[in-house]
Ligand binder design. Structure first.
Ligand SMILES: [Zn+2]
Length: 213
């Protein structure tokens, strides 16, 4: 059934099932949130953050946009990050891209006249593709090239976010992680080193303390 009513019926069934299994669940949720993770992912319908990580309501603070991009001049993404890092004080930011990403594919293809807003949005991705031209062109298969560029994009977004004032000036800078979700097996692979994220977060914390002192 493709009618939205199906979603409402599913919600009703879910609510009843959870209430039966865990009577206090929803009253706990209503008390407030204390998520430990900010998830920045792609809007793609095949990459639902909570579903693929088996996270429960209250665990992930989530922002999703086309191709999981962070740009400092994007008030939407930046406000989510600011709130997560400065108000909720999340300990980890996870940027999770995915293979078969339509936004990443679009950045490696000629611009579409029908999608001017998307074109503007992914302009930075096109530039990034230019910076990795040699590596990308060495991959003959276009789908494989798209998947590799999806990974390079995550690594770039991690770099940008780690260097951003929102993260660096946080009272307790979070660790920023880069992950990629593979659709074929449903598995997430780490693209950045967890220890490296910790080192950088520690360095920022020390820098912040010395500035404050
Ligand atoms: Zn995508």
């Amino acid at each position: 059934m493709n009618h939205p009513k199906r979603l409402l019926l599913s919600n009703l069934a879910w609510s009843q099932e959870v209430s039966t299994r865990e009577p206090e669940f929803f009253s706990e949720l209503a008390r407030g949130q204390q998520p430990r993770f900010l998830w920045i992912g792609c809007s793609d319908s095949r990459v639902p953050a909570e579903r693929i990580t088996n996270a429960q309501p209250g665990e992930l603070f989530v922002h999703r946009n086309i191709a999981n991009l962070y740009t400092s001049d994007d008030g939407n993404t930046s406000s989510v990050i600011e709130y997560a890092v400065h108000a909720l004080k999340v300990e980890h930011v996870i940027i999770c891209g995915h293979h078969h990403c339509g936004g990443v594919r679009a950045a490696l293809s000629p611009p579409s006249d029908a999608l001017p807003i998307v074109n503007r949005r992914i302009a930075g991705l096109r530039e990034l593709a230019g910076r990795h031209r040699d590596e990308l062109h060495a991959i003959a298969d276009f789908d494989e090239r798209v998947d590799r560029f999806a990974e390079l994009n995550v690594i770039e977004q991690v770099r940008l976010l780690r260097e951003s004032p929102i993260v660096r000036r946080a009272p307790r800078p979070p660790q920023v992680h880069g992950w990629i979700f593979g659709l074929r097996a449903g598995l997430i692979t780490q693209l950045t080193d967890m220890d490296e994220a910790r080192d950088i977060a520690g360095m920022h914390a020390e820098a912040h303390q010395s500035v404050a002192a």
